[in-house]
Each structure stands twice: as structure tokens, then as C-alpha cells.
Design a protein. Structure first.
Length: 408
């Protein structure tokens, strides 16, 4: 496969056809399918591997560790060498990591292979975001990012349902072999994708200098503010991702298939919010919509904690505010990413990596807190998840209204 084809295209080249955007969207979805596909299998994995809930939740934390650190490498590499070749290498690494998870015999081995898997997956995600910035600018980039994320939301909608069906007919190991097949399909699709960063626009400085530039980027108030809002939100989002299988399946007794449907409701909320965001940006601006989303996350997060602590409404009392919190993703994530990317368009790969690393690094905190605050058994109460979500939403709102500014 010739992954350098099109790399010498002129500065004015704009490969923005539906096929290109479809492949970019698929690459963006790798983080979602890598986690959401095996969520329904977590309780079964805990039983098969004789692990507590906290240990299985750390398999997600392990993925987030590799995902956050790997982005800091792939971003500058993509700015210097283009987008396609690094993504192809990342997909190969991802395949090895997924196969290792399928063959693992202990929770510790899965955690290790999940880190390898994440190091490959993050190349696809961080550089696909940079591709969007290569092709679009300003509020159009924010609208396109929001539209792509609404389409991409199909992945977390379908993945748990697919995972529960795989689990019904095969073991949890088959889920990871499915991820190997997904990587192979993505690699084939990537071969048809034009290079979005021509040689004339690539960063010519050494990778060592590019890595050192992260400090300068962190010193920019706009990047720091937008990245912080997204990071604080991701603390709660990944608390939900790791805590919900045990809260719904074990604590409230729903089946894995029904859990997948409940998880899918949140995805519908994300899709609707993303489409609404794309439609409203020209009228209200991305900054105002970002702040509205952060406020919704704070209010719904507090409601999750209150309902859980006081046992109000049972499963419905937990699910309803959780859906609002998850749906606020559609107003927060796309606008925070686009806002940060607008600050340094010439370093889109590095900025995308920095923002992504902050998001998924914060996810480590969220997933780790749920495991650490639980009692270490599969019957752990939903309270650690609920408390983490409430604190996350509050922090996100405070940051959105104090740190984020349209001016430098």
C-alpha cells in the first residue's frame, strides 16, 4: 500500500469529498470502539479471570495511559511526516495490542496489552482531528468537527450492542479478535485516502524541537482554557464508562443486552447534541455553546450524585441525569477541540495531541477514582461513579466560565 501517494499535492489541494470524510470519521472512532465494544463483557471477564471490579476497570485505565502519552508522540510526528504513514503504523501496533489482549491469561496482561493497543489507536484519532484542521478553518472547522462526531457517535451506539451479541455466541476473547479485524479494515481504507498535509506545509523542525514546543503551547491561555474544560469533563465521562457496567449489570441487575441499549441512549443524546451544536454555531458561536454544555454537565452531575446517595428513583433515577451528562459531550468536546486548534493552526497535529492527551489523561483519573473508591468487589455501589461525575461537571463549568476566553 502506497501511503505516501498524494503527499506532494499542492498547498491548495482540498480533498474534502464524502469518501475522505467517511474514512476520517472511521479513524476518529477507534477510541470509542476500543473501549465500548468490550464494556458488556467486563463482569464476565472479572469472573473468568478471578478479578475484582477495580482490576477490570484498570484495563480501561491502562488504555487511557497509553492513549494519552502516545498522542504526545504522534502529533509532532504527523506535523513533520504527514498524516497517513503515521496512522498506518499506528494501526499495525493496534493490531498487535488487540491480539495480545485476546490471548491474555491475567488482568495484568490485559492491562499491559491495552497500553500497547492504545499507543496504536491514538495515532488514528489524533491525526484524524488534525486532518479536519488541514481541510477546514475557523467556525467551519468547529461545525465539521461536530458533524463528524455526531456520525462517529454511531460507534459507541453500535459497539456495546455488538459486544453483547459477540458475548452471547462466543467468549470475551472474540471481542478483541474483532478489533484486530477492524484495524485491518481501517488500514485498507486508509490506502484510498489522499494526504491532507502536503510537503510544503509540513513542520521542518526536528522532533526534539517539536516536543519542546509543548511547553510553549501550554503557556497559551486559549489552549490551556479549552483543554482544561475538556479534560475536566472527561474525568466524569470515563467514570461513567468504567462504572456503568457494574452499576447497571451487577448492582441493578440488568442484562448485558439491556445495558447496551441503555448505553446507546446516551450515544443518541451525543448525536443529537452534536447536530444541534453544528446548527447553532453560526448563530451563537462555539464559545457560548461550550459554556452551555459545561453548565448542563454540572447540573446533571449533581443530580446523579443526589439521586444515587438518596436512592431516588432506582435505575431510572440514575439513568435520567446520566443521559443528560453524557449528551453534553456534543456541546463540550467539539467546541473545546476546535477552539484550541484555532490558536495554532500551523501546529494542528501537536495541538490536537496536547488536547487529546489532556482529555484521556483526565480519563485515567476518572476511571482510576471509580476503581479506587469502590470496595474492590463486583457488587460495588454506584456511589464512587456518581461522586466523580458530580465533581467533574462542577469543575468543567467553573473552568468554562473563568479560564476560557476568545482572546489570547
Amino acid at each position: 500500500m502506497n501511503f505516501e501517494a498524494g503527499a506532494t499535492a499542492g498547498v491548495g489541494a482540498r480533498p474534502t469529498g464524502p469518501r475522505v470524510l467517511a474514512v476520517v470519521c472511521a479513524l476518529m472512532a477507534f477510541a470509542a470502539i476500543s473501549t465500548d465494544l468490550y464494556l458488556p463483557a467486563l463482569p464476565a471477564m472479572a469472573v473468568a479471570l478471578r478479578a475484582g471490579s477495580g482490576e477490570m476497570e484498570w484495563t480501561i485505565s491502562g488504555f487511557l495511559i497509553g492513549f494519552s502519552l502516545g498522542q504526545l508522540v504522534w502529533g509532532p510526528v504527523g506535523d513533520r511526516y504527514g498524516r497517513r504513514a503515521p496512522v498506518a503504523l499506528g494501526l499495525v501496533i493496534y493490531s498487535f495490542g488487540s491480539g495480545g489482549c485476546a490471548l491474555a491469561a491475567t488482568p495484568g496482561q490485559i492491562i499491559g496489552w491495552r497500553i500497547v493497543q492504545a499507543l496504536g489507536a491514538c495515532a488514528a484519532v489524533v491525526l484524524s482531528r488534525a486532518m479536519v484542521r488541514d481541510l477546514y478553518h475557523g467556525e467551519k472547522a468547529a461545525r465539521m468537527m461536530s458533524t463528524l462526531m455526531s456520525v462517529m457517535a454511531i460507534a459507541p451506539l453500535v459497539a456495546p450492542l455488538a459486544g453483547s451479541q459477540i458475548l452471547a455466541f462466543a467468549s470475551w476473547r472474540a471481542i478483541f479478535w474483532t478489533l484486530v479485524a477492524c484495524a485491518a479494515a481501517a488500514l485498507a481504507a486508509l490506502a484510498t485516502l489522499p494526504e491532507t498535509l502536503p510537503v510544503a506545509r509540513r513542520n521542518k523542525e526536528s522532533l526534539r524541537t517539536a516536543f519542546a514546543a509543548y511547553g510553549r503551547l501550554l503557556g497559551d491561555r486559549r489552549i490551556l482554557g479549552f483543554a482544561s474544560v475538556g479534560a475536566l469533563f472527561y474525568v466524569g465521562l470515563f467514570a461513567y464508562v468504567v462504572g456503568s457496567p457494574f452499576a447497571f449489570i451487577v448492582y441493578h441487575g440488568v442484562t448485558p443486552a439491556r445495558y447496551a441499549l441503555l448505553f446507546g441512549l446516551g450515544t443518541f443524546g451525543i448525536m443529537a447534541a452534536n447536530l444541534l451544536n453544528a446548527r447553532l454555531i453560526p448563530q451563537f458561536g462555539s464559545l457560548r455553546l461550550l459554556r452551555i454544555g459545561a453548565l448542563a454537565a454540572a447540573v446533571s452531575g449533581i443530580a446523579v450524585a443526589v439521586d444515587t446517595r438518596l436512592c431516588l428513583g432506582g435505575l431510572a433515577g440514575l439513568v435520567a441525569p446520566l443521559l443528560v451528562f453524557v449528551a453534553s459531550t456534543g456541546l463540550i468536546v467539539a467546541n473545546s477541540i476546535a477552539g484550541a486548534l484555532a490558536a495554532f493552526p500551523e501546529r494542528a497535529g501537536a495541538v490536537s495531541a496536547l488536547v487529546g492527551a489532556s482529555h484521556y489523561g483526565a480519563g485515567i483519573v476518572g476511571s482510576g477514582l471509580v476503581g479506587a473508591l469502590g470496595d474492590g468487589t463486583p457488587s460495588s455501589t454506584p456511589w464512587p461513579m456518581a461522586l466523580t461525575i458530580a465533581l467533574s461537571g462542577l469543575g468543567c463549568a467553573v473552568c468554562a466560565w473563568t479560564l476560557v476566553s476568545a482572546r489570547k
